[in-house]
Design a binder for this molecule. Structure first.
Ligand SMILES: *[C@@H]1O[C@H](CO)[C@@H](O)[C@H](O)[C@H]1NC(C)=O
Ligand SMILES: *[C@@H]1O[C@H](CO)[C@@H](O)[C@H](O)[C@H]1NC(C)=O
Ligand SMILES: *[C@@H]1O[C@H](CO)[C@@H](O)[C@H](O)[C@H]1NC(C)=O
Length: 394
């Protein structure tokens, strides 16, 4: 009876022994991160960099922009701005209602169309536009110029009709960190001061300074002030020129409207930024955003698109102001950029959150390179241009 059991017992003992011996490696396997989370086969840095550069060069917003431009040229308000158009009409302050204004270049054909596919617009008149030929030419030229051409940076002083490069510039951002140091006099001591998105200066002179030589706004802000009578878009005074970053093709209508009303008031013009500068900024920020995405998530750079809305993703007005300063000034000081746990988002308002449209962390990484080793910034180096000293005050 006993003998037949010895074989199975020995086998069991053997299995237990093997189990005990392999236990540590099993434990190691169990504790190791599951293989699915491992990064894709490690690309060597040079190949990864090449991939990032290739993907950064793809302009994800171009297809929708082209559609909107075509719509406008064919006399339709782009679908992307119809909801806004309804708000314009409701307020009756939309530039299209100013069509009796002399010189105003936009006209609207009013007629009812009961077959309009958008039920929300019914029974409002169809959005038919008749763009003035000069406005059509301007829109077409703007879109045609929207391509990668790094020579835009060294040619900025001429583009902006500056008599010469400016010896020193202060770019004042709107972060709440501006309130942590009374640097208003330092800001005003620069030859030119650039401000962003119509931030208030009254009451903040000690921290934000008081002079303004160039005002940067994006077209969403212009769109809001274009709705006010007289197009109140010059909070720093009529003499301060405005440089505008166009977020949507349809905002060209606001530019035309404000431009027309500004000229009657002898105000400084509103210039749309050279779209080649937009393309250059967009590539740089996308490169840094892709790099951050790969480093933070371990995912393939190709998956960046799925995590970002490529049609809406864009760089901030602050980045544009810094790039223009780099292009036209011999020395650049930057104030009020960055965030801190104990600082408000904006020094002059109680807005809480940053917009998802921007990747501020990517922009900060770009600024660090710009200040410390500008020669490594991709695309910028294609300009063959020597970046002036840039100092960030935190
Ligand atoms: C900037 O504006 C101030 C006045 O506010 C003016 O004195 C100065 O000359 C301007 N700078 C440039 C470079 O035009
Ligand atoms: C603004 O008006 C000026 C003068 O009429 C014109 O040269 C310029 O092209 C206009 N800009 C835009 C964006 O319409
Ligand atoms: C990536 O390529 C750019 C452009 O050639 C270069 O300036 C940069 O140093 C490279 N970065 C890395 C980490 O290799």
């Amino acid at each position: 009876m006993k003998r037949p059991l010895r074989g199975p017992f020995a086998a069991l003992l053997f299995l237990l022994l093997c189990g005990a011996l392999s236990f540590p490696s099993a434990l190691r396997r169990a504790l190791a991160p599951p293989p699915v989370l491992a990064p894709p086969p490690r690309l060597d840095p040079a190949r990864l960099n090449a991939t990032l550069l290739r993907l950064a060069a793809v302009d994800g917003s171009e297809p929708s922009l082209r559609r909107d431009v075509d719509d406008l040229l064919e006399g339709r308000l782009p679908a992307s701005s119809r909801a806004r158009a309804r708000a314009w009409r409701r307020d009756r302050l939309h530039p299209l209602h100013l069509r009796h204004h002399h010189q105003f270049p936009v006209h609207r054909r009013d007629h009812h169309d009961h077959h309009h596919p958008d039920p929300l617009l019914h029974p409002l008149p169809r959005d038919d536009l008749l763009l003035d030929p000069a406005l059509r030419r301007g829109l077409r030229a703007w879109h045609r110029l929207r391509r990668y051409d790094p020579s835009v940076l060294p040619s900025l002083p001429a583009t902006l009709s500056l008599p010469a490069r400016i010896p020193s510039c202060a770019v004042v951002g709107n972060s709440g960190i501006l309130l942590q140091h009374p640097r208003g006099p330092l800001i005003d001591s620069h030859h030119a001061v650039f401000r962003l998105n119509n931030a208030r200066v009254a009451g903040y002179a000690a921290h934000a300074g008081s002079k303004t030589n160039l005002s940067f706004i994006n077209s969403n802000i212009l769109h809001l002030c274009a709705r006010r009578p007289g197009c109140f878009c010059h909070p720093y005074g009529d003499a301060v020129p405005i440089l505008l970053y166009l977020c949507q093709a349809s905002h060209f209508l606001d530019v035309a409207a404000c431009n027309a009303s500004s000229h009657t008031a002898h105000a400084a013009p509103i210039s749309v930024t050279d779209p080649r500068l937009d393309v250059l900024c967009a590539r740089i920020v996308k490169y840094y955003s892709l790099r951050r995405f790969v480093a933070d998530t371990g995912r393939a750079a190709e998956e960046w698109n799925a995590a970002h809305d490529a049609a809406l993703f864009h760089y901030s007005s602050g980045m544009q102001a810094i790039m223009v300063a780099v292009g036209v000034c011999d020395r650049v000081s930057v104030f009020g950029f960055g965030k801190a746990a104990d600082a408000k988002h904006h020094y002059h308002s109680n807005q809480k959150n940053e917009l998802d449209l921007h990747d501020y962390e990517a922009e900060y990484a770009f600024y660090r390179d710009l200040a410390e080793r500008p020669q490594v910034v991709p695309f910028l180096k294609d300009t063959g241009f020597t970046v002036p000293p840039v100092v960030f005050y935190h």
